[in-house]
Design a protein around this ligand. Structure first.
Ligand code: GTP
Ligand code: MG
Length: 200
């Protein structure tokens, strides 16, 4: 109920940030969506807020190239991050994003939780492991959100959940509950809204 109310209220794009000095004042509870390129971060923001085009989602990996800030109600910042592990972008561009992503994840005092999105079809890959290790070191609590549940059968669903659970057991900063979602079908979105509302 709290989650539904929060997401039924105003959500406004604040700014796109390309370097640490551009971050807005750290005066709200903040949470972000991290994950490999194309995993469904922007789609999840659109699904949670019920807005089709709030965050730019696209079939082209590497669509989100800035740290995009959204004000959710009066006390939250919701943050859409550029994807990691996108090999086809120019090397210099990738290096710049990765550096910014690492500085942000390790250095944002008000960052309450990082939702690490993992594609249900693929599970946790080595590039995800690198981010999880970084989060362990930064002592930022993270929680895995499995995406695109509508694309897999029950066997794959169970196998991916088991793989992720096994991987998480090695990460002290991991929040043990895994959330299964489909932005397309709406699965898990109410659960996620409630978790987010509870961060405040
Ligand atoms: P970058 O910004 O490039 O890092 O990507 P992203 O993680 O923001 O992914 P985005 O939301 O742009 O989605 C990538 C593609 O996956 C798009 O074609 C989406 O329509 C599709 N997609 C995202 N979520 C779902 C889902 O729950 N189900 C299905 N079937 N497709 C999805
Ligand atoms: Mg995106």
């Amino acid at each position: 109920e709290k989650g539904r109310l929060l997401f039924a209220g105003p959500v406004d794009f604040v700014k796109g940030v390309v370097a640490m000095p551009g971050l807005p004042p750290a005066d709200r509870v903040e949470f972000c969506f991290a994950g490999r390129s194309n995993v469904g971060k922007s789609s999840l923001i659109n699904g949670l807020t019920g807005r089709k085009n709030l965050a730019r989602a696209s079939n082209t990996p590497g669509r989100t190239q800035e740290i995009n800030y959204f004000a959710l109600g009066e006390s939250f910042y919701m943050v859409d991050l550029p994807g990691y592990g996108y090999a086809e972008a120019p090397v210099a561009v990738v290096a710049k994003w990765q550096a910014l992503l690492k500085q942000y994840l390790a250095g944002r005092a008000t960052l309450r939780r990082v939702f690490v999105l993992v594609d249900m079809r693929h599970g946790i890959k080595s590039v995800d492991q690198e981010i999880l290790t970084l989060l362990d070191k930064s002592a930022v609590t993270f929680q895995v959100v499995l995406t695109k549940a509508d694309k897999v059968n029950l066997a794959t669903r169970q196998a991916t959940i088991a793989q992720v659970q096994a991987a998480l057991s090695k990460h002290p900063a991991a929040y043990p509950e895994i959330i299964v979602t489909s932005s397309e079908k709406g699965e898990g979105l109410e659960t996620l809204r409630a978790i987010i509302a509870g961060l405040g």
